[in-house]
Every structure is written in structure tokens, then in C-alpha cells.
Design a protein around this ligand. Structure first.
Ligand code: NAD
Ligand code: IPM
Ligand code: MN
Length: 366
């Protein structure tokens, strides 16, 4: 059997800093678990634009299609804000998602016991929280046509189009029901069927798919209410399924239930291939955090937990994923905190690299 293959795309800002910690974890699995990956590393985002004039070369795209899984840090930064849309760092990531057809983006928000006091919400509200947002990732207003900025009369008009086909809604809902079956058997579908036709269709399709999953309790919620319910009483949810834009917003909000955006991992999955595994890209939910880049302040846990998701969903190593999640939990229980978890005037934060080292140490010699 050849080694499983990984393409690592650290990207911009804190991306390379948090990915360096994942590399330590990958090395640990090579040494202690006989799990050696064939790793290639390449550029995506602003750094790829600087070198090649494009945020993702065709060669890197082709490599992403070939490997068993892609790990990505983060892309973007103020330096690139004024670039044309076609070459913005974010386009590199969007191209990967679209061309790999990674339609189901799983964004778990779990509140570790040691961090229940660190959320901006009351401890009772978040303690024990364990939910997953399933965000549609390859369609909707991110990709709909027409789009652009056009001249109309004597002013400019910015245009984006929300567009969903039945099959696009169906496949992501099916993924969410399948996930709910393996969890608490509750699924809440969020849209705005009160004002958007795409939301009306979304609700109909979610209901139809639900007939195949009689054991899952399906509910529907307008996404604005959903945002409010997520901060009022997040533990009412198990799995949430929603569109691309709502999923982007709701998952950043859910991040704060766990203590920090630096805690949230994600898996972006396509349909199963011939080998039974989905095409997959794993990345933290957070961005390149230009405000703290290069200072050793970034929390690497979101990226490390994204690798744990890769172990689970791409490499059938659920036990190893649990071992890694357990190591993260142990380190937090010891009281180690990066600056993001401590708030404005928090004392004695550990650095990105110290956090990575501690997690590797907690994995043990075994
Ligand atoms: P951001 O997620 O980069 O940062 C938001 C805030 O959270 C900042 O204060 C940042 O310091 C903090 N933060 C984020 N991750 C952290 C971590 N691991 N540890 C500690 N603190 C962390 O969002 P933004 O500032 O709105 O965007 C910055 C750039 O990142 C933009 O170019 C944006 O397009 C891009 N972005 C990329 C991705 C991605 O690559 N998947 C996701 C979101 C944003
Ligand atoms: C995310 C990011 C991306 C998105 C950007 C960088 C394209 O915010 O992954 O959440 O909007 O999907
Ligand atoms: Mn986002």
C-alpha cells in the first residue's frame, strides 16, 4: 500500500504559523503510529499571487485533485485588498472548493470543559456544547451569475445572485441528515423562506429528503432567528444545515461559543469516490488574522483539529483523531492558553509554537 498523500497549503498571514504546528503533529503520527504521509507543500492565496500572478496555479489545482486530502491554513491580507477579484487570494480557495466539488462543509463547534469560562457567553449557556454546522460550499450567492459591478444610468450597481438548484440543495441536505443519524438525530435547516425563493425551495427539498430519514427530527428556522437562537440557547441544536453565505456568518458566530475563532476546525467534503472516500480539504474556519500575524500569537488548535478531522474522514483513523482531540483537551485542562483565549488583558499566554509542542507532548511517547 502506498502512503496516503497530503497536499499542504499554508497560505498567508498566520496560515504558515499554525500549519507549522500541524507539521509537528504529522511527524508524531509518522514516528509513533506508523502513519506516514507523502506530503507535498505548495502556495495558495496572496503568496501564490506574489510568485505566480495567480492565487492558485493550474499545477497546484491538479495536485489537489490527485491527493487523498488537502490541508489549508488561511488566505488573504490587506496587501491584496485592492486587487482585481479574479486574482484575489480568496479566489484561490474558492477555486479549490468549486473544482473539487466540495459541497458539504462541516464546521463543528464544541466547547471544551476547560474553556466553558472563556466564551463571551455565560458558562451555563455553552458548557458541554457540541454542534455541527453543515454549510453548502460550492454554490449560492458566492458563485451565482450574473455578478459584477456595472454602470447603470449615472451610477454603478454591485450585483450578486443567489441561485440554488434542487440537486445542490438535496446533496448537502443528505450529507447533513447522514451526519445527524450518526449524532443526536436532530437537524435544523436554516434559510429565509419568508423573503427568498431559494429559501422556499431549500425548505421544500429539506423536507423531501427528510422522508428518507424518519429517525431524524427535522426543524426549519429563518436564518436571522437562527443567529439569535445560536447565542441565546445553542445547546438546542445538534446539526444545522444552511446555505453558503448564512453558513459563513453562523459559523463565525458559533466560534465564540467555544471561546475563540481560533478553536474551530472544518472539513470540506465532496461525494464519495471509487475508493469510498470523499475528495476533501481541511482548514480552520478562521482567516489569515493579519492583526496578529508574525507575532507567535495565533492559536494553532483550529488547524490541528482540522487535521484530526482529516484522520477521521479521509484516512479512517477515528481512534487517532480521538487521541489528537484528547491531547488538545488535556493541554487546555492543564491551563495552557494562547492570547486569543485570554481576552484583552489576559496574563501569561503561551505562543503558537509552545501550544503545538504541548499538544505533541500530550500525545505522549506511545
Ligand atoms: P480573521 O478570521 O482572519 O480574523 C478575525 C479575528 O480573529 C482577528 O482579530 C484575528 O486576530 C482573530 N483570529 C483569527 N484566527 C485566530 C487564531 N487562530 N488565533 C488567534 N486569533 C485569531 O478574519 P478577518 O480579519 O475578517 O480576515 C482577514 C483575512 O483573512 C481576509 O483577507 C479574509 O478574506 C481572510 N479569510 C480567510 C479565510 C480562509 O482562508 N479560510 C477565512 C476567513 C477570512
Ligand atoms: C471562510 C472564509 C471564506 C468564505 C473566504 C476567505 C473566501 O470566510 O472560509 O469562512 O467566505 O467562505
Ligand atoms: Mn468565513
Amino acid at each position: 500500500m502506498p502512503n496516503p498523500s497530503l497536499l499542504i497549503l499554508p497560505g498567508d498571514g498566520i496560515g504558515p504559523e499554525v500549519m507549522a504546528e500541524v507539521r509537528k503533529v504529522i511527524d508524531w503520527f509518522g514516528t509513533h503510529r506508523n502513519l506516514t504521509f507523502d506530503v507535498t507543500e505548495d502556495l495558495v492565496g496572496g503568496c501564490a499571487y506574489d510568485k505566480h500572478g495567480t492565487p492558485l496555479t493550474d499545477e497546484t489545482m491538479a495536485q489537489a485533485q490527485r491527493v487523498d486530502a488537502v490541508l489549508l491554513g488561511a488566505v488573504g491580507g490587506p496587501k491584496y485588498d485592492d486587487l482585481d477579484f479574479s486574482v484575489k487570494p480568496e479566489r484561490g480557495l474558492l477555486r479549490l472548493r468549486k473544482e473539487m466539488d466540495l459541497f458539504a462543509n462541516l464546521r463543528p463547534a464544541q466547547c471544551f470543559d476547560a474553556l466553558a469560562d472563556f466564551s463571551s457567553l455565560k458558562k451555563d449557556v455553552v458548557a458541554g456544547l457540541d454542534i455541527v454546522i453543515v454549510r453548502e460550499l460550492t454554490s449560492g450567492i458566492y458563485f451565482g451569475e450574473p455578478r459584477g459591478i456595472i454602470e447603470e444610468g449615472n451610477e454603478r450597481v454591485g450585483i450578486n445572485t443567489q441561485r440554488y438548484t434542487e440537486s445542490e440543495i438535496e446533496r448537502v441536505c443528505r450529507s447533513a441528515f447522514e451526519l445527524a443519524m450518526r449524532r443526536g438525530k436532530k437537524l435544523c435547516s436554516m434559510e429565509k423562506a419568508n423573503v427568498m425563493e431559494s429559501g422556499v425551495l431549500w425548505r421544500q427539498i429539506a423536507t423531501e429528503v427528510g422522508k428518507d430519514y424518519p429517525d431524524v427530527e427535522l426543524s426549519h428556522m429563518y436564518a436571522d432567528n437562527g443567529a439569535m437562537q445560536l447565542v441565546r440557547n445553542p445547546k438546542q441544536f445538534d446539526v444545522i444545515v444552511t446555505d453558503n453565505l448564512f453558513g459563513d456568518l453562523l459559523s463565525d458566530a458559533a466560534a465564540m461559543l467555544t471561546g475563540s475563532l481560533g478553536m474551530l476546525p472544518s472539513a470540506s467534503l465532496g461525494a464519495p469516490m471509487e475508493n469510498g472516500r470523499p475528495k476533501a480539504l481541511y482548514e480552520p474556519v478562521h482567516g489569515s488574522a493579519p492583526d496578529i500575524a508574525g507575532q507567535g500569537k495565533a492559536n494553532p488548535i483550529a488547524c490541528i483539529l482540522s487535521f484530526a478531522m482529516a484522520l477521521r474522514y479521509s484516512f479512517d483513523r477515528g481512534d487517532d483523531a480521538m487521541a489528537l482531540e484528547g491531547a488538545v483537551e488535556a493541554v487546555l485542562a492543564q491551563g495552557l492558553r494562547t492570547a486569543d483565549l485570554l481576552g484583552e488583558d489576559g496574563k501569561d499566554p503561551v505562543t503558537t509554537s509552545e501550544m503545538g509542542d504541548a499538544i505533541v507532548a500530550a500525545l505522549g511517547a506511545g
